[in-house]
Design a protein around this ligand. Structure first.
Ligand code: GLU
Length: 561
């Protein structure tokens, strides 16, 4: 036995398999030419970030557009950060957005977690032996070595490494420490290791880097293009003292065994890419292609873009659900961020599902995901405008059931009136675009529900007796059976007989000659009926309210004058 082999046996006596045994259980996938295998690999921390959904949508589109496989892996190697139920909640959220993994950790029909597919287990916490099998091989080949420590030393080393692993590289603070560790421990002999083990010490496993940190290497990112990054010369940790891998090691082993062809992940991992490429080389694996997505930004009041913090509105997917943005609006919005030609495609294909859009990596913008509610709202108004009144009712009700019980009750009290209201201005070439989310929909329609009706915009600038005169005249001729033309004729007649101008141009030319215009007359009716200065077509509103409620509102308003 060589020294390295002795070391491998000492460190991993429980591992009896060889990498080739593991490989045999993960045969190459048989997929059509060009098919992409992607994965979404979240840590189950309980917070579903918009940046995650953005990445997952890229994964899903790339795989499904190419006849490939999209799978979900749970990266739960940090038990301290784990939140119970988080994986289920995450999968439910993805499902809402139509992002459904073919394989990996999925939800079964009862909503429970279930591993699906032949490349599992798909939870990293269940893969310890697999990582250790490859770790043992690296030790056998002299490419990794143990660093023993007492529990306190260990805590410190881990904290330093954590800092280095996830964030942009913090060389200044950790380089010194790492270099010292490297020099002191690289030459450890099996005898020394045995002594440490006998003394009850634990070890972390570090890679023995062959890189020259003074040099740069070319790497290719499919979004960012060709880049030059410093070669990795750091003996970073592969296995922590509990035998659980760091992100770096798990990434290399899992994405290799599971056959990932394209890794989509946040750009905070880009500085670690040389580490990963080194690992793939050490392990004899072919690296996947990488797409590093830019961090999520938000726009400040002054127009500048700033990093979105976890506490900002729109960082968590729960915000979109609470505001009531239809999932397809959010997906369309994300697609406009992903491919600059999406909007053009959408106007040429107004009725096609967004999944028909030919998403392309080449057209991806490197500037990443911007949370911009104005834009989202704009898109969403268009999405909702295409829904039928019944669909609007159903979906608004589902939202209200989850977030606004009293409003749900109001909607349920009179479904046909609600549907009639949503039907106003719907259909046709230029449908109304009054609301982009269900919360706005509530604001828009609540005045039509008796429980919510108040005079929000009173007619303070008018003389009450003028208003009274108009409303009384209207009540005298009101006939719920009137069609729109007859109704409008009646309003015009009332207007002109009371000295209000019914010709916009004439009024503009000489406003002093009239008591006001027909717009004032409409405003009186509108405020009496809706409490507001703006509303959909008044005749349609009266129809939807019905005779009884129309009369109740007009008389109620008159009584207050
Ligand atoms: N668990 C990693 C993260 O949440 C995944 C990164 C990756 O996709 O490789 O950042």
């Amino acid at each position: 036995m060589t020294q390295n082999e002795q070391m491998a046996e000492l460190l991993f006596p429980q591992i009896h398999e060889l990498p080739s045994d593991v490989e045999a259980r993960y045969p190459a996938r048989t997929l059509p030419e060009g098919a992409k295998v992607t994965r979404f690999a979240p840590s189950p921390t309980g917070f579903v970030h918009i940046g995650g959904v953005y990445q997952a949508l890229i994964d899903e589109r790339l795989a499904h557009q190419s006849g490939g496989v999209f799978y979900l892996r749970i990266e739960d190697t940090d038990a301290r950060r784990e939140v119970s139920g988080a994986a289920e909640a995450l999968l439910r959220t993805l499902d809402v957005y139509g992002i459904r993994p073919d394989e990996g950790v999925t939800l079964d029909a009862d909503g429970n977690l279930a591993d699906r597919g032949k490349y599992g287990p798909y939870r990293q916490s269940e893969r310890a032996e697999i990582y250790q099998t490859f770790a043992k091989q690296l030790v056998r080949e002299g490419k990794a070595y143990p660093v023993f420590s007492s529990p306190e030393e260990l805590e410190q080393a881990l904290a330093a490494d954590k800092k280095n692993e996830n964030k942009t590289k913090d060389w200044a603070s950790t380089a010194e420490e790492t270099r010292r560790t490297m020099l002191e421990n690289r030459t450890i002999t099996p005898e020394q290791a045995k002594q440490a083990l006998d003394a009850g010490k634990s070890f972390v496993l570090r890679i023995l880097s062959d890189g020259d940190g003074e040099k740069k290497q070319k790497v290719t990112d499919l979004i960012k293009g060709d880049l030059e990054l410093p070669v990795n010369d750091e003996d970073f940790i592969l296995l922590k003292s509990d035998g659980i891998p760091t992100y770096h090691f798990a990434h290399a082993v899992d994405d290799h065994l599971m056959g990932t062809t394209h890794v989509v992940r946040g750009e905070e991992w880009l500085p670690s890419l040389p580490k990963h490429l080194q690992l793939f080389r050490y392990l004899g694996f072919r690296p996947p292609k990488y797409l590093h997505t830019a961090q999520v930004l938000r726009r400040e009041e002054n127009g500048a873009k700033k990093k979105l913090s976890k506490r900002d509105l729109g960082a968590g997917m729960a915000d979109y659900a609470a505001l009531g943005y239809p999932s397809e609006s959010v997906c369309e919005y994300l697609l406009t961020l992903l491919n600059s030609n999406y909007e053009e495609w959408r106007s040429a294909n107004p009725d096609a599902p967004y999944t028909d859009f030919p998403f392309s990596i080449k057209k991806m913008s490197g500037s990443g995901c911007l949370v911009d509610f104005d834009k989202l709202n704009d898109i969403s108004c268009g999405v909702i405008a295409k829904m039928t009144a019944e669909e609007v009712y159903e979906r608004l009700l589902a939202w209200a059931d989850a977030y606004d019980a009293p409003f749900a009750e109001a909607l349920r009290a009179d479904p046909s009136r609600a549907v009639a209201l949503f039907a106003i201005g719907r259909g046709g070439k230029k449908p109304r675009k009054d609301f982009g989310c269900w919360k706005q929909a509530k604001e828009f329609v609540k005045c039509f529900f008796p429980a919510y009706f108040t005079i929000e915009e009173p007619l303070t600038e008018y003389d009450p007796s003028d208003v009274k005169e108009v409303l009384e005249r209207f009540l005298a001729v009101y006939d719920p059976a009137d069609d729109a033309d007859v109704w409008f004729e009646k309003v015009k007649q009332i207007a002109s007989s009371l000295g209000y101008c019914t010709d916009r141009k004439a009024y503009k030319a000489d406003p002093g000659a009239y008591r006001g215009s027909v717009a004032d007359v409409s405003a009186f009716l509108r405020v009496a009926l809706t409490g507001r200065r703006n509303s959909p077509d008044l005749h349609a509103v009266m129809r939807a309210l019905g005779q009884e409620e129309t009369l109740r509102r007009l008389n109620g308003f008159l009584a207050q004058l």
